[in-house]
Ligand binder design. Structure first.
Ligand SMILES: Cc1cc2nc3c(=O)[nH]c(=O)nc-3n(C[C@H](O)[C@H](O)[C@H](O)COP(=O)(O)O)c2cc1C
Length: 177
């Protein structure tokens, strides 16, 4: 995938919140809304997903790039990564989320696909959280959210640039019927 969104996967392991960087994430189903994520089986986060059958996906802003990267460099086995953030819980109660992230969603695990090195977890979105300051006309505004993107294999974080056109619209200029 090129580029990838940069997110922080939130889990509760032995009652303690843990967050790891997650680039392998995708929408899976429209209704009910589900998302899928590929998580290396040796990660500490896996224990939390399997223990509670829940997880969160948090979208950090570009200002959070160093804290975000740190969550991808160290394991919750060795460090309390949650101490970096203001952590809160939503409806599920076991999917920790990060107040500083402009967008967070909490998910109930539905399906686990065991692949050779990674588990692919499909979770239903139970609730999503943002703040008024990230919205324009009641919709998320990408300039206000200021998300991070990831490119591999050069392994770099990026900010978003300018709008290139309206989706389901700009192509109409080429329609003859
Ligand atoms: C930019 C970046 C993207 C990453 N994306 C993923 C990913 O999509 N899936 C994954 O399993 N690990 C990914 N990782 C690695 C984990 O975030 C990392 O191993 C983390 O320390 C695991 O934390 P944990 O042991 O507390 O669960 C990524 C790391 C970085 C730096």
């Amino acid at each position: 995938m090129y580029p990838m969104p940069v997110t922080l996967l939130g889990t509760l392991v032995d009652g303690k919140p843990d967050f790891m960087v997650l680039g392998w994430i995708t929408r899976v189903n429209a209704n009910p809304p589900t998302v899928g994520c590929g998580v290396g089986r040796h990660h500490h986060s896996v224990r939390g997903i399997e223990e509670n059958q829940t997880f969160s996906i948090n979208f950090p802003s570009a200002e959070m790039v160093a804290k975000t990267d740190y969550c991808g460099l160290v394991s919750g086995k060795d460090a309390d990564k949650a101490a970096l953030f203001d952590v809160y819980f939503g409806e599920l109660g076991t999917a920790p989320m990060i107040s500083e992230c402009p967008l967070s969603i909490e998910c109930q695990l539905q399906i686990t696909v065991e692949n050779p090195t990674n588990n692919f977890y499909i979770g239903e979105i139970i609730a999503s959280y943002t703040e008024e300051k990230y919205l324009t006309d009641r919709k998320l505004d990408i300039k206000k959210v200021n998300p991070l993107l990831l490119t591999m294999p050069d392994n770099r974080y990026w900010r978003v640039g300018d709008c290139a056109g309206d989706a389901w619209s700009i192509g109409k200029t080429l329609k003859t019927k």
